[in-house]
Ligand binder design. Structure first.
Ligand SMILES: [Zn+2]
Length: 133
């Protein structure tokens, strides 16, 4: 059983999961900072001092704290946007890695007549110009 546990711990998935959880906590920390430090004061300023988290309505004697839901909703949208950007960046990197390397050019353009000629040519077959390179 210990051997099985060791295998479970050392196999990639557990480490990936640990990294994901730690990264998730770090992202949440960042988003909290963003909201509490920037967005909430801006909303407060735009709404003349209303604290989003404290928004509530009393219906039939029950206090409905819809501000908490709005706060969570804003956080969710920001986190979803960050995750979207991350996935986009990762996919872009993956595409770049798997892209076929561009074929070496076999032709060049004659600087005099602009014809496409063999890359090793020293004289243009179209205009007979001597090519320096
Ligand atoms: Zn030419």
């Amino acid at each position: 059983m210990l051997k099985e546990f060791k295998k479970f711990i050392t196999e990639g998935n557990v480490m990936d999961l640990a990294v994901a959880v730690i990264m998730g906590a770090a992202v949440k920390e960042m988003v909290d900072g963003l909201i509490n430090g920037l967005i909430a004061p801006l909303i407060g300023a735009a709404t003349a001092g209303i604290n989003m988290k404290e928004m509530a309505a009393t219906v039939a004697g029950v206090k409905l704290q819809y501000g908490l839901f709005l706060d969570a909703l804003v956080k969710f949208i920001i986190i979803a946007f960050i995750v979207f950007l991350m996935v986009k960046a990762i996919n872009k990197g993956r595409d770049a890695l798997h892209k076929e390397p561009a074929a070496d050019p076999t032709t060049k353009t004659c600087p005099y007549c602009k014809s496409e000629i063999d890359i090793t040519a020293t004289r243009c077959p179209h205009c007979t110009s001597q090519l320096s390179e």
